[in-house]
Design a binder for this molecule. Structure first.
Ligand code: PLP
Length: 373
């Protein structure tokens, strides 16, 4: 297999300085509790470096990385219950979501189609609606932060092109009732997109109905660069059939290949190669072990916070949200913890693979030492 990169000999001085700083700073992952990305698995890092100079956007010129991309989609299909998957490795969940909305818009023979999604859906859909000129109908979630089915039912009509369900929400890690959303979508002849950008690599080890096998899902976002432990950029767009993906294809006159379905033109081969390497190494057993570890960590943290009197949202996936006062949150950030807040102000901790029990114990130790409450 051809590797288009040379050895990493001449590193820029500026990059060297920043790398050194990063090693002594929390960004080196040891205090990062807010990110939905993680340290790439060593095999993924190595693969990314080797394929740094390749461009899967030009498969005629870079055939090896194109072959790798086919492997990546085949494995993503196995993970998501799709035997003959169509799709590609995108720059991330944002691109996958935009493209899914684009497919639905272009298939809908309606003048101004609408897209119905729960308020818990990622903000990338706002970008999609803005770019694509579709009407976004945002419906409330229920008491457990999942799409309210009655509200979805009341919002769809003959102009609905797409219903969106999230399998692992960004703020609370909730999984929407995907089969029921599929039925609602079908009742108005609309498509169903599942955003499993974050949840896709943990959900196979749970009892949730979330994938192509469980419902009439048309498209899915499932990102190797999140729980999949690949290097950034490695998002995944899956489509039930090539025909759906063809909605995105444009002719590519100056390239050796004849058409392109991706949103970006030139793309990173590093993301593609690292996705293949991570999935080959970890699917399924490695990911299963990681899910169990992350879920146990989330439950441990939820319990520790509850014991200290905070209101905690039950972590149904490895993500903990708790009602911690703003002053406490700010004090923890000042101690170097990279934490974030939900739209309603709760502390949010994502138990990604780099988040260990020791890190969480140290975080709770800092919390205990704070006077403010
Ligand atoms: N979808 C979900 C559920 C997410 O949590 C995120 C990001 O965290 C995205 C989509 C967007 O992914 P990206 O930032 O890779 O574009």
């Amino acid at each position: 297999m051809r590797s288009e990169t040379g050895p990493l000999s001449a590193t820029s001085k500026r990059v060297n300085v920043l790398v050194r700083d990063m090693q002594s700073e929390p960004q080196a992952f040891d205090r990062v509790l807010s990110s939905m990305c993680t340290e790439p698995h060593p095999v993924a890092r190595d693969a990314a470096e080797r394929f740094l100079a390749t461009n899967p956007g030009d498969p005629g010129t870079y055939p090896s990385v194109s072959t790798l991309e086919e492997d990546a989609i085949a494995t993503l299909g196995s993970i998501a219950g799709l035997e003959e998957p169509a799709g590609y490795i995108a720059s991330g969940g944002t691109e996958a979501n935009i493209q899914a909305v684009r497919i639905a818009r272009d298939r809908a023979e309606r003048r101004r189609p609408n897209v119905v999604m729960p308020e818990s859906a990622h903000f990338s859909f706002q970008k999609a609606a803005d770019i694509l000129g579709v009407e976004l109908r945002i419906v409330p979630t229920d008491d457990d932060f999942r799409a309210d089915l009655e509200a979805v039912r009341a919002s769809v009509d003959e102009a609905t092109a797409l219903v969106i369900g999230v399998a692992g929400t960004t703020e609370y890690g909730r999984v929407d009732p995907i089969p029921e959303l599929g039925e609602i979508a079908r009742s108005v002849d609309a498509m169903l997109h599942v955003d499993a950008a974050w949840g896709g690599f943990v959900l196979p080890f749970t009892d949730y109905d979330w994938n192509f096998d469980h419902a009439t899902v048309d498209t899915m976002a499932i990102d190797p660069h999140k729980m999949g432990q690949a290097a950034v950029p490695a998002g995944g767009l899956l489509a039930r059939s090539e025909e759906l993906l063809d909605e995105l294809a444009v002719d590519t006159p100056y390239l050796e290949s004849t058409s392109q379905a991706t949103l970006t033109g030139t793309r990173s081969g590093a993301g593609v190669a690292s996705a293949v390497a991570a999935m080959e190494e970890l699917w399924p057993e490695g990911y299963k072990r990681q899910y169990v570890r992350s879920q146990n960590n989330a439950e441990w943290l939820a319990d520790a916070l509850e014991k200290r009197g905070y209101d905690v949202v039950d972590p149904t996936l490895p993500l903990v949200a708790a009602d911690v006062p703003r002053s406490t949150f700010d004090a923890l950030r000042a101690k170097g913890w990279r934490i974030s807040r939900t739209a309603t102000g709760e502390l949010r901790v994502v138990c990604m693979p780099h988040v260990t029990r020791e890190m969480l114990a140290s975080f709770i130790g800092d919390l205990d030492r704070l006077e403010v409450r």
